[in-house]
Design a protein around this ligand. Structure first.
Ligand SMILES: Nc1ncnc2c1ncn2[C@@H]1O[C@H](COP(=O)(O)OP(=O)(O)OP(=O)(O)O)[C@@H](O)[C@H]1O
Ligand SMILES: [Mg+2]
Length: 223
């Protein structure tokens, strides 16, 4: 299997002078295409910082991130933005939905930004699995937290991204919905050859991943 995400000596320093510390420290990791990797570790260990770096949302202090063999921080800012939109689906705990447009419009928004056609069959399948059929015309602020999270997941999947980066995506969901959402992500990943890198505190989810990376003080301490 090809490696889709790879880092070399990846580090991120925060603070200055005596407050300075490394949130991410010399991480060398590799994720193969189609893998489902769970990132686990204590609060403050650097999980979100790492995920942001992998997705081109931040800049490393030193080191490199390769996506599909491309050195993403060697790209121009505008090119990186386009690359990110096409290749990566982000799912965060704060869903960042656009409040003035409905659920359907939110989900297909990334496609519109890229001038791409909506795959109606695919979107319908996602919406059904996410249990949002009755909500597609609703505005985000009329939905529960868990429903909003499901919309954010649908939005991340709409572009059929190569890599799905998820930061505690089921943190706001009950166990049953959480299980369904994870199943959907796995199914989608399998069907479209997608790679999932997911931060989770949920031991059950970490168990069904292909591999677990344990982060401690900004380092990968166990695989
Ligand atoms: N923008 C920032 N400026 C300064 N320090 C930061 C910044 N972002 C994160 N940190 C610090 O870097 C460390 C790692 O933070 P990070 O958010 O990656 O942790 P985490 O593992 O995701 O934790 P959690 O499980 O609570 O979400 C923490 O000590 C945090 O306070
Ligand atoms: Mg975090």
């Amino acid at each position: 299997m090809e490696s889709i995400v790879r880092t070399e000596g990846l580090s991120k320093k925060y603070g200055s002078k005596q407050n300075e510390f490394y949130a991410i420290s010399n991480i060398n990791m590799e994720v193969k295409q189609g893998e489902f990797v769970a990132i686990v570790g204590k609060s403050g260990s650097g999980k979100s910082t790492l995920l942001h770096l992998l997705g081109g949302l931040d800049r490393p202090t030193s080191g490199k991130v390769y996506l599909n063999g491309k050195d993403i921080y060697g790209m121009k800012e505008d090119d990186l933005a386009i690359y990110r939109r096409r290749k990566i689906g982000f799912i965060f705990q704060a869903f960042n939905l656009v409040s003035s447009i409905n659920v359907w419009e939110n989900m297909v928004l990334p496609l519109g930004l890229d001038g791409k056609q909506v795959d109606e069959t695919y979107m319908k399948e996602i919406i059904e699995t996410l249990g949002l059929e009755s909500k597609i015309h609703s505005l985000p602020n009329t939905l529960s937290g868990g429903q909003q999270q499901r919309v954010a997941i649908g939005r991340a999947l709409s572009t059929k991204p190569d890599v799905i980066l998820a930061d505690e995506p089921t943190g706001n969901l009950d166990t049953k919905t959480s299980d369904e959402v994870i199943s959907l992500l796995k199914l989608s990943a399998k069907k479209y050859g997608q790679t999932i890198i997911m931060i989770t505190h949920d031991e059950d989810i970490a168990q069904i991943a292909d591999r677990r990376l344990v982060i401690e003080d900004g380092k990968v301490v166990r695989e």
